[in-house]
Design a protein around this ligand. Sequence first.
Ligand SMILES: [Zn+2]
Length: 385
Amino acid sequence: MICIENAKVVLENGILWDGIILVEKDRIFAVGNRGEVEIPANAQRIDAGGAYVGPGFVDIHAHGGGGNMFWQEPELVAEHFLRRGTTSVFPTLYHSLDKQDFLTAITNIKAAMASDGAGKAIRGFYMEGPYMNPDFGASRKFNKWLGEISPEAYKEVVDEAGDLVKVWVVAPEREGIEGFVQYAKSVNPNVVFSVGHSRATPEQIRKLKKYGLNHQTHCMDATGRVSAWLGTRGAGPDEACFLDPDMYAELICDSGAVHVNADLQRLILRNKGIDKVVLISDCSGRKVDNPAPEGLRHMTDLSFDDQGNLGGSRLSMDMACRNIMTHTNCGIAQAFLMASRNPARSVGMDDEIGTIEVGKRADLVFVDDMFHVQEVMLAGILQQF
Ligand SMILES: [Zn+2]
C-alpha cells in the first residue's frame, strides 16, 4: 500500500486541502482528508509537499512529441508526454499517412501498448481522418486520401485498428462518408465520431449523430461554413457544436491564443460549459522546426508546416492547463476537469480514468499552482525520469 499525504487532492467536485490518497497495486484504494482515512502501519508514505495532486492528464489528440511521431516511435513519444503528466494518450494518425503507413503505425503502436514501459500510457487511437475536407489543416498537399471513399480504400485500416480506435474524425460533407461511418461503427460499436477539418452544415452533421457523432475536433480551428447568400453568415461545425448540448468541443489552448483567439475561448467555455470542453495538445511531433511567420517568432509552443501554415502545437497538457487559466481565468480544479475528466468521458473511458475515485486506475499528477509537473504516477507506480 502507498500513502500519498500532505496533498491538495483535486477531486471532481472540489479540493481536499489536506488530503490523503491510498494506492494499492494499480488502483486508488481510499481518498479523504487527514483523519478521515486510516493509514495502514506498513504503508509506504509519499509526502506531496503540499502540491496539488490531480488525475493524470488524458490527451486524446496528439500526433507526436519531442521531435518524434507516434506512428514511428510510440514508446518515446509516450514517455515525452508521461514526463509532463499525461498518463493516458491517444496517438493521432493523420491523412498524410497512406494505407501502408497506417498499417505500420497500428502495428508499432500496438506493440508499444503491450510493453511494460511508457507505452502503457497509450490507451487507443484517435484517427484524424483520413476522410476530412482537404481545404483545411496542415500538410494539405500530402493528403493521401483524396480519392473515392470506398471499402477497398479503407476496410483494411479499419479492420486492423479494430476496437482500439476511440475516435474517427470525419468531414460529413464528403461524398460517401456515411458508408464509411457505418462500416467503422460495425467494426467497433463503441467508437465516437467527430466533425473536423470541415465546412459541413449543422444538418449534415446531425445526420451522423445516430452513429455516435458527439465531438468537434479542435473547435474554432480549421473549420468553415457555407453561406446561402453572398455576404450572409452560414452555420458550420462550430455552430453545430454550440447548438447540440451533447457535443464536446476540443480546444487547442496555446500560450498566445493563436489557434483560438482568447475571446473565442471564453465564448466556447461560456457556451459549452465546464463539462463539455476537452483540452487537447494536438502536438505535431515535427522533427524540424519550420520558421514561424513574422510576429509569432517568440512563441515556442506552436508548430508550422513547410507552407508556413499553423500545423498543430508543441504543447503538452500541463501547458494547456496553464494557458486556459491565463485566457479564461478558470481555476485549477476546472482545468483538471477539461484536461482529464472530460476527455476520458468523451471517449467512454471514465469508469477507468479521468478522476480520482476509489477503484479507478492510480494515474496521478502532482503540480504546483502554475501546473509545473513535480511527480507522475502511472498505474500505481511513481515514475522516475
Ligand atoms: Zn487537425
